[in-house]
Design a protein around this ligand. Structure first.
Ligand SMILES: [Zn+2]
Length: 459
């Protein structure tokens, strides 16, 4: 039987970088070995009929909070990567604001060992780039890039979570530039936000609405200034700057201009900013369950425009689960609550629904969800494409299927979703990681520990 390949996905429509084709996908030893259009596919040990389905390269999440180590009461790697498999995500990259913060080589290795034990899909994990002396060692150990928060307060600086001033940011950028890895920055101005927050508190306003309005104040001023500074530091250091949390039209203008000038800048949007937090009615209805941030009046259209025109390269889910108890207090005091919501499972069907409504093309979704993240991580086209030689990371979606997302569907450990009650058009039916089925027809069928680390090729 040595002349038979492992698997053929028969009869589907494949979204490739050069367009959609009707083709049978030939898979052997975890990789795509051929796309057979118009002729019989190679003999295979297993054939899965995907007639009527559309095959996309598995989505890659550059921004997942899996909460291990230290916060497993709200999420863990097994739950998050099961949700990923069900949501068509075949690679997730974790974020370092765990407990302890992933700021050293030793802690990075510990984090990776947790994924190796529990992950259902492929993975890597961003360490913090705040401890400059750690950067070279982390890069050599296989870190995919570095995450920096902008923080205020010596305690946060000492924890290695973030950078507290522009000097620290500059030195981190210089060191990261030498590694050729991307620098992912959550840029906001904590001192400026502090002034806006204290004014709200002085008025006695602490609920979810007040919190939303504080972040959105002055058309998102807390985001725009740091973006300019980041782009300027990129020009000085040559680092690959990846701007997280695109939220305003001015941020889009800054990034668009930097790209036009040839700077090595990429940008990422949290789907919540395009799908939920850009509508005040959702903030009123969901309160803390819609937050961390509100995209203020007038910002949604420029943000969507930047997403459609490619100024925003990447969808990073920012899947960020918290327990109901941690959220519930936010109705009265959002500053005692926790920002962030879960949606690794919901992101693909939510965007497919926008494709169905004609608000987005399927090709743009595949680019932002699969190909561009793979390029940012330096793993394209091994990941992020369905081409001969690529890993067989594939999600088969039924573009016409409709279902209302229910609370009992939620796979994240936190057990709730801002999307419950929404009817999606376009659903994942089958997810493969390296040629193995991890999700099929409503059930996660993969195994913990199946996921492998995804490293950029050397050189
Ligand atoms: Zn995040």
């Amino acid at each position: 039987m040595a002349d038979r390949i492992d698997l053929v996905l028969r009869g589907g429509t494949v979204v490739t970088p050069s367009g959609r084709i009707r083709a049978d996908v030939e898979i052997d030893d975890g990789r795509v070995v051929g796309l057979s259009a118009g002729e019989a596919p190679a003999p295979a040990r297993e054939v899965i009929d995907v007639a009527g389905l559309t095959l996309l390269p598995g989505l890659i999440d550059t921004h997942t909070h899996l909460r291990e180590p230290g916060q497993a009461h709200k999420e863990d790697i097994a739950h998050a990567t099961r949700a990923a498999a069900a949501g068509g995500y075949t690679t997730v990259i974790g974020m370092p604001n765990t407990d302890p913060v992933t700021s050293t080589l030793e802690r990075y290795r510990e984090a990776i060992s947790l994924y190796e034990r529990s992950a259902y899909v492929d993975f890597n994990h961003f360490p913090s780039g705040a401890l400059i002396e750690e950067i070279d060692g982390l890069a050599a150990a296989g870190a995919p890039g570095f995450k920096l928060f902008m923080v205020s307060g010596a305690d946060l600086r000492q924890s290695g979570k973030g950078v507290g001033d522009s000097g620290h940011l500059f030195e981190a950028a210089e060191a990261i530039a030498r590694t050729n890895l991307p620098m992912f920055v959550h840029g906001h101005d904590p001192a400026l936000l502090g002034v806006i927050e204290r004014r709200a508190w002085a008025r006695g306003e602490r609920d979810a609405r007040a919190y939303a309005q504080a972040y959105a104040a002055f058309e998102g001023i807390v985001w725009d200034g740091p973006t300019s500074q980041l782009v300027r530091i990129q020009a000085a250091t040559g680092v690959h700057l990846h701007v997280l949390h695109m939220k305003t039209g001015r941020m889009a203008d800054i990034v668009r201009a930097a790209k036009a000038a040839g700077q090595h800048v990429t940008a990422e949007v949290n789907p919540v900013c395009l799908l939920i937090a850009n509508d005040w009615a959702n903030i009123e209805r969901l309160g803390p369950y819609a937050l961390s941030t509100y995209i203020g009046d007038g910002q949604s259209e420029p943000l969507w425009e930047a997403f459609r025109d490619g100024t925003i390269d990447v969808i990073g889910t920012d899947h960020a689960p918290h327990t109901r108890a941690e959220k519930e207090i936010g109705w009265t005091d959002m500053w005692k609550s926790a920002g962030g919501i879960p949606h690794l499972q919901e992101t693909l069907p939510a965007f497919l629904t926008r494709v169905d409504r004609g608000e987005l093309t399927l090709e743009r979704l595949v680019e932002a969800g699969s190909a561009a993240p793979a390029r940012v991580l330096g793993v394209y086209p091994r990941k992020g494409a369905i081409l001969p030689g690529s890993d067989a990371d594939i999600v088969a979606v039924d573009l016409d299927a409709r279902a209302t997302f229910r609370e009992e569907d939620v796979l994240s450990k936190c057990g709730w979703s801002a999307f419950t009650g929404e009817t999606f058009t376009g659903l994942p039916r089958l997810t493969l990681v390296r040629g193995s089925v991890v999700y099929r027809d409503g059930r996660v069928v993969g195994q913990p520990g199946f996921g492998r680390i995804v490293r950029r090729a050397a050189g």
